[in-house]
Design a protein around this ligand. Sequence first.
Ligand SMILES: NC(=O)c1ccc[n+]([C@@H]2O[C@H](COP(=O)([O-])OP(=O)(O)OC[C@H]3O[C@@H](n4cnc5c(N)ncnc54)[C@H](O)[C@@H]3O)[C@@H](O)[C@H]2O)c1
Length: 316
Amino acid sequence: MTIASIERVAVIGTGVIGASWTACFLARGLGVTAWDPAPGAEAALRAAVAAHWPAMQAMGLAPGASPEALRFAGSAEEAAAAADFVQENGPERLDLKRELYARLDAATGPEVILASSSSTLLMSEVQVACARHPERVVLGHPFNPPHLIPLVEVLGGKATAEAVLDRAMAFYAGIGKKPIRLRREIRGHVANRLQAALWQEAFHLVQAGVAGVEEIDAAIAHGPGLRWALLGPFLNLHLSGGPGGIGALFGKPLWQATERMWRELGEVSVDAALGGDVAAGVAQELSGRDQAEMVRQRDAVLLELLRLKADAGTLP
Ligand SMILES: NC(=O)c1ccc[n+]([C@@H]2O[C@H](COP(=O)([O-])OP(=O)(O)OC[C@H]3O[C@@H](n4cnc5c(N)ncnc54)[C@H](O)[C@@H]3O)[C@@H](O)[C@H]2O)c1
């Protein structure tokens, strides 16, 4: 299979995210050459791909897609040299990523895209390590687990070429992802920052004794979370605005109350006491529940939701 002129992907670093990406690429019929320096990494990767494969089958495989199209290389250079596109998922350390990108840059032709899964690093900080072709370094930040969740945040660093970003967007869209193009580098990108904002207030509400862990989880999972899986915060707000939509909301008393809440949102650090309270709350929420079965059901419902969303043509 060739997607946006890409036939073979190198997956560098095959921990949680790299293994999940590997299953995703294989399911789209791409050849994958992987590398990870950890002892036993190849066996662990093959086991993870086998574990993810039923979900990939449920989502639909590309013609000829097979876990057999996975080859494990003896070095990062060897893996990357065989690829048209590199998805890097090494540990989240700038010194390590710089050393790795210097090697990947030296081992690959200028047309090969080097995409990083990094959750927090800026590509401008990483691509300075590429002496030859920093312009092909991009962020391709997935949301865990990438074999199920469509979102990929795409952004360049200061030296990244526009044409490379266009190709990366086309590639991720071509494998069935929902890539979004960010406009400016910021630590944590977009989705993790939005998530962080919610966590901050969730911890603050526990600390302030407003509600327990279980109730706060229910407030999202049985409340706004259901709509947020279908429409983002702005479209949901637009639909709350009545016939005038979002533009008619601002300045009204309800909106003024919302902005007052912004100023009252809690700032919190998770000290030993709060961390202990939240961990105890989670243990209580899980008591009597089979966690493995809960995760299995979460993924089964998620697959069904993804299928329903794909069929609902007017949802963005
Ligand atoms: N875990 C998440 O939820 C998540 C989500 C999105 C993005 N990310 C990003 O993905 C990347 C990997 O995160 P993870 O959660 O899979 O971590 P992980 O610890 O599970 O995997 C990292 C892997 O990198 C390997 N490694 C060690 N040294 C290396 C080197 N020099 N070169 C290449 N690989 C090396 C390790 O053996 C390990 O298998 C990070 O950049 C992280 O920010 C993580």
